[in-house]
Design a protein around this ligand. Structure first.
Ligand SMILES: C[S@@+](CC[C@H](N)C(=O)[O-])C[C@H]1O[C@@H](n2cnc3c(N)ncnc32)[C@H](O)[C@@H]1O
Length: 250
């Protein structure tokens, strides 16, 4: 995690104090006495969901039942991601090595992939786990989220384990990039991730690990006009604001 990133306080707003206490202890965060801290970054324990509220700004939650995720699968970007991953070419097992808020993992699961979703930031991982657990109780999406296995930890290590166990069809990388701007994630999601994760980490070890674990292809999401992270791109699929670079395994 970058030194510049903020640490939210945990606050209760309709949820259980015990859950908030456990979460604060688990994440090493301060438990604030009440929700009247609108000017601070807050991890809010609500009646039915966990959310991250930006100072004086919107709250972000992982919701696979409504909002932008419910519309996934219909736009040019989603079509491009499905093609880049190779869903029509028999790719079924995927490691999403930068799971974030799970938007892309959910789309891939919707397309029939079994997705191992790896997230190293514990706060982001907690938001994602909360969204998956909630979705698992809802018949409309339970079967889809059952295809997502969450792993909290560093994907470099996880990919080494996966490689040792025979690998997967594809590895997907959507790293944070300073230049990502409005690309790909909705603006408030991008703001929330930026606040607690910061900018890009080192992509090179992740890419190298991805190459050892992928049996068919590695796919890297980039802002549409940004340079590729490595030469030897086999081909790209382009959405309105993002591009998916595909590195086929020879
Ligand atoms: C841009 S976000 C991904 C957004 C995601 N594709 C989605 O649809 O919500 C990048 C995420 O990757 C995570 N990340 C970056 N490097 C990682 C690593 N080596 N292992 C695991 N997670 C990593 C960051 O913490 C951040 O949450």
């Amino acid at each position: 995690m970058n030194a510049s990133v903020a640490q939210p306080s945990v606050v209760v707003d309709g949820g259980e104090l015990d859950r908030a206490r456990r979460l604060a202890a688990q994440l090493g965060l301060e438990l604030a006495a009440d929700a009247a801290h609108g000017r601070r970054l807050r991890l809010v324990v609500g009646a039915d969901r966990l959310s991250l509220a930006l100072p004086d700004g919107p709250a972000v939650t992982v919701d696979f039942l409504g909002g932008p995720v419910a519309r996934r699968g219909r736009g040019a970007r989603d079509e491009a991601l499905g093609q880049a991953i190779g869903v029509g070419r028999g790719v079924r097992t995927v490691v999403d090595a930068t799971a974030g808020l799970g938007r892309d993992a959910f789309l891939l699961a919707t397309l029939g992939c079994d997705v191992r979703a790896v997230e190293r930031n514990p706060i982001v991982a907690a938001l994602l786990a909360d969204g998956v657990a909630r979705a698992a109780r809802h018949p409309a999406v339970a079967a889809t989220v059952a295809r997502i296995a969450l792993v909290e930890g560093d994907a470099v290590a996880e990919l080494a384990t996966v490689a040792g166990a025979g690998g997967v069809d594809a590895v997907y990388l959507d790293p944070m990039f300073p230049e990502r701007g409005k690309a790909s994630l909705a603006k408030k999601d991008a703001q929330a991730l930026q606040a607690i994760v910061g900018d890009a980490g080192d992509i090179e070890p992740l890419f190298a690990a991805a190459r050892t674990a992928a049996n068919k292809r590695v796919v890297v999401k980039r802002p549409r006009t940004a340079p590729p992270i490595a030469e030897s791109v086999s081909f790209s699929r382009v959405g309105r604001s993002v591009r998916f670079d595909v590195y086929l395994v020879p």
